[in-house]
Ligand binder design. Sequence first.
Ligand SMILES: CC1=C(CCC(=O)O)c2cc3nc(cc4[nH]c(cc5[nH]c(cc1n2)c(C)c5CCC(=O)O)c(CCC(=O)O)c4C)C(CCC(=O)O)=C3C
Ligand SMILES: [Fe+2]
Length: 405
Amino acid sequence: MTLNSFEQANGNYPLAATDAALAESAGGHVTVPVSYDAVILAGFGGPEGQDDVIPFLRNVTRGRGIPDERLEEVAHHYRHFGGVSPINQQNRELQAALQAEADRRGLGIPIYWGNRNWDPYLPEALQQAFDDGHRTILGLATSAYSSFSSCRQYREDFANALEATGLWGQVRIDKVAQFFDAPGFVAPFVAGVVDALRTLLADGVDLTGTRVLFATHSIPTTDAERSGPRDVEWGEGGAYAAQHLAVSGVIIQRAIATLREEGADVPDVEWQLVYQSRSGPPTQPWLEPDINDAIAEHAAAGATTIVMVPVGFVSDHMEVMWDLDTEAMETCEEHGVRGLRVPTPGVDPVYVSGLIDLVEERLRGTAPADRVRETTLGPWYDVCRPGCCENVRAGFKPAISGLEP
Ligand SMILES: CC1=C(CCC(=O)O)c2cc3nc(cc4[nH]c(cc5[nH]c(cc1n2)c(C)c5CCC(=O)O)c(CCC(=O)O)c4C)C(CCC(=O)O)=C3C
Ligand SMILES: [Fe+2]
């Protein structure tokens, strides 16, 4: 196994080559301490005014030749909120909270922030880190699961930033592994489900009529099948679905156990993994069921309450505000069921501290067995396995933190 051909051709990534060998011997984990001197938080980015909306959507759909008229259809979610997505502000707050936690622990590491699709872009963040003297950087993407959009594309974004700034060979960037089952990511969802069920109990709701729907971003089934390491059989929906199912199961069990410990009489509440925010042409299969179809079916089968858990998302951005709080809530109303929506981790101190734990694991080279994770799938790979999260539409692009081919 080798580094990808771009790195080989450039021959300028010696530190990563060393760690790739180490990671290979440790099954994809970096178990030696690395003295990272900065962290770059990588976000999706979002528009911050009406004039930003179409240019932002052009960035998101870059290379796929989607006409502006079609983009304007997607734009109405943003138009509705004055052209402003809350995602950048949420990432500013996350950056500040991560910095405060890193400082509190005396790590002496600055946290930079850059986006894939909007200002501030990743190359600017990287250039700033370089100008401030940093050469060994740990990337942290705002995305917990494995798929092209949520894993490999961020690895490509970092590689692209190295290329765009001309800093290949001068700066090393590694990436924090997918953290879907890290304790700090899981705990806020458990607390949210506990709160929601407690609210229903206090209102005298019979929880046998409650359905807990764990919602995540739908992706093309071809992407889902290629999510995670190439040579592992994950079942339908690939590693992407497997990770969501595993963590959702942990969240519901833990929430029910918490309420029972408090003495509440709670049945085994029914739950399901559902998908939202599908786009692309109708001919292209994406993961299903859609949350709105699921709500309709549960209502028809006698459900009275729906608890939505946005387990696929780290903050209450547009996909949550529009697709859940607006559309799915309307679907609940139409079908005469009560809908509740659990918060995302956002800047919950438990989440923030949990992310800094992940940074510390890499600074210390913590062995996989000593990394606490909530499902049997983790800890996920620090160095992505061969063929991880490939995308046939996008084709091969250089990417950091992975073994190829
Ligand atoms: C897995 C996944 C995540 C979760 C992981 C992560 O967070 O990264 C995610 C997050 C997000 N997706 C977002 C927005 C959009 N996603 C789009 C399009 C797409 N997403 C996809 C997947 C994902 N997306 C896919 C396979 C497409 C099809 C086109 C393509 O192959 O790229 C489009 C284009 C228009 C459309 O087609 O609907 C938009 C505007 C925002 C910003 C919200 C805000 O502004 O607050 C966020 C956080
Ligand atoms: Fe998306």
